[in-house]
Design a protein around this ligand. Structure first.
Ligand code: ATP
Ligand code: ZN
Length: 284
């Protein structure tokens, strides 16, 4: 039995999806230009599809799981389960208005023509705020709609905002913060559950490793207590005596988030020769 995984064939999610599989030690280097490929070292089969089609394939059980943006999952509203946040493909689904205008809140949208590829999510937002507006569904290049007189407002995916800016628009309100997620079909056959669990375990180890760094430093023994106190660490740090009397080498794992603060404290406390090393996998 193989677990069938659907990923985007080409586009913004393709590379990160392939990279994640690679970091999980899953080798699908053969046949990436075809419709599907078998992993050589893991019971998984990868289907390459348009992202819009992935929720449908997973609902129907043609694929067991898929990697796809939350924006697509919620817009398509298929019967699938969001099982894991993948941490890439981050973007926002936002309303954008002409640069010169002032957004006064949801009421601003009343009676406006809104161009979007996300009619379901936009309608939900309008209903929530009890606003009536006209939705024009278009499938691509939504940002040019106001410029050609097709709409007053757009609702589209944004990451940096530079596409909007180049088209004389500015971001006004966000409907959804999105990232790529792993979706799974309802009633996944029992024999596939352990394979999915193995995959999730590997993805979690990769994710944790990315958030952490391995740190090594030399410290005067007289300062060790104070240094150990500021180190978070998985358990307690490893302390190894150096050949030079009165000095030790201290090893520990720290979170990327509080990295610089901690390094500054360590230097103040007398640590020297601080090395920061990336961690490839982290199994807890
Ligand atoms: P396909 O040919 O598979 O239908 P597409 O043109 O619909 O591709 P892409 O532009 O490749 O889709 O985007 C795929 C997904 O990448 C989006 O649905 C979204 O989840 C995510 N994404 C991340 N950042 C952005 C962004 N700035 N603009 C658009 N999508 C983004
Ligand atoms: Zn698409």
């Amino acid at each position: 039995m193989r677990l069938k995984l659907a990923i985007q064939k080409s586009g913004r999610l393709n590379q990160d999806s392939m990279q994640l599989l690679k970091e999980c030690g899953i080798d699908i280097s053969n046949g990436v230009n075809q419709l599907k490929a078998d992993a050589s070292n893991f019971p998984i089969e990868v289907f390459f599809l348009r992202d819009d089609d992935i929720p449908q394939y997973v609902q129907d059980g043609v694929a067991d799981i898929g990697f796809v943006g939350e924006n697509v999952v919620y817009e398509k509203a298929k019967k699938v389960e969001v099982a894991y946040a993948l941490g890439f493909g981050k973007c926002r689904l936002s309303f954008a208005i002409q640069k010169g205008e002032e957004f006064t809140g949801p009421q601003f949208l009343a009676g406006k023509k809104i161009a979007t590829s996300y009619p379901v999510l936009v309608q939900q937002y309008l209903d929530q705020h009890q606003i009536k507006a006209e939705i024009h569904e278009i499938s691509g290049s939504v940002e040019i709609a106001p410029g050609i007189g097709l709409a007053d407002v757009v609702c589209d995916l944004v990451s940096s905002g530079s596409t909007l800016f180049m088209n004389g628009l500015k971001e006004a309100a966000t409907i959804l913060n999105s990232q790529a997620v792993l979706i799974k079909r309802n009633n996944l056959p029992a024999e596939l559950v352990p394979i999915l669990e193995r995959l999730l375990f590997r993805m979690e180890s990769v994710k944790k490793a990315k958030k952490h760094k391995y740190v090594l430093m030399n410290a005067p023994n007289a300062q060790l207590d104070k240094i150990i106190e500021v180190l978070p660490g998985m358990k307690s740090p490893t302390i190894v005596p150096l050949a030079t009397a009165g000095w030790s080498s201290v090893h520990t794992v720290i979170e990327e988030a509080d990295f610089w603060n901690l390094i500054e404290q360590l230097k103040t406390l007398g640590a020297e020769g601080i090395l920061v090393v990336p961690i490839e996998k982290m199994i807890l």
